[in-house]
Design a protein around this ligand. Structure first.
Ligand code: HEM
Length: 203
């Protein structure tokens, strides 16, 4: 890790803006890929979507317990969504998937903070798009009380909840080399979700 720290200066895009720009194309591709599988056309397809969400959130679950990250994002443990996804799977009477591979992030020592921030950016940002997904899930009679609990917004509102995460994300001082690692983490997170979509929906 280098010791040169870069603070955003006037006119320079914030880290969150740079992340958004750097991952715009992969987000778009993922959005199209998910929609092409028509996940809200049947309970079976929606169940597959839940398994994708489970796979992703199981990979990052340890991040929500990480003390170094928790010091940066005050309400981090409350942002965890794996438990809600498990409840959604139970509502549909689907067993939680069994995994051969270990989760990408594990309790025994995280981590690489820059990459972890990139993965968290993807997970937290996905809760913005979840507003649209929740409306579509309603077509199958799923709601934040049954089957689509993990798509709920925060009681303070999705936008506010997102802005408070972004403020924390943007306030961490990182070296230029570590900035690149945050973006690499976010890109890997999108890649991981795309891989899960392909594996789960193609089977
Ligand atoms: C079909 C599925 C999806 C749709 C329709 C969708 C749609 C959206 C929309 C409309 C926004 C912008 C909301 C706003 O600015 O108010 C958004 C933001 C975002 N979504 Fe998605 N999304 C989908 C899937 C995903 C998935 C699976 C992930 C990652 C696991 C993801 C990650 C993000 C991120 C990180 C942002 C925040 C971008 C930023 O402002 O920096 N999205 N999504």
């Amino acid at each position: 890790m280098t010791t040169i720290e870069s603070e955003p200066t006037a006119g320079e895009a914030s880290r969150s803006k740079r992340l958004k720009d750097a991952t715009h194309a992969v987000h778009d591709g993922l959005d199209r890929m998910i929609m092409a599988f028509d996940p809200f056309s049947s309970r079976t397809r929606y169940g597959q979507f839940l398994k994708v969400q489970h796979g992703f959130h199981r990979d990052i679950d340890a991040l929500y317990r990480d003390t170094a990250l928790g010091a940066l994002v005050a309400d981090l443990p409350d942002r965890r969504r794996l438990g809600l996804i498990e409840d959604d799977l139970a509502d549909l009477e689907i067993d939680a998937p069994l995994y051969v591979e270990p989760a990408i992030f594990r309790d025994e020592g995280l981590a690489e903070l820059p990459e972890a921030l990139g993965w968290l950016y993807v997970a937290e940002g996905s809760n913005l798009g979840a507003a649209i997904l929740l409306k579509q899930a309603a077509r199958l009679d799923f709601s934040t009380a049954f089957g689509a609990r993990h798509l709920a917004g925060s009681p303070q509102g999705r936008a506010r909840h997102w802005r408070s995460f972004v403020a924390a994300l943007d306030s961490v001082a990182l070296s230029d080399a570590d900035e690149a690692r945050v973006i690499a983490g976010a890109t890997d997170a999108f890649g991981r979700v795309s891989g899960l979509v392909q594996d789960i929906f193609a089977n």
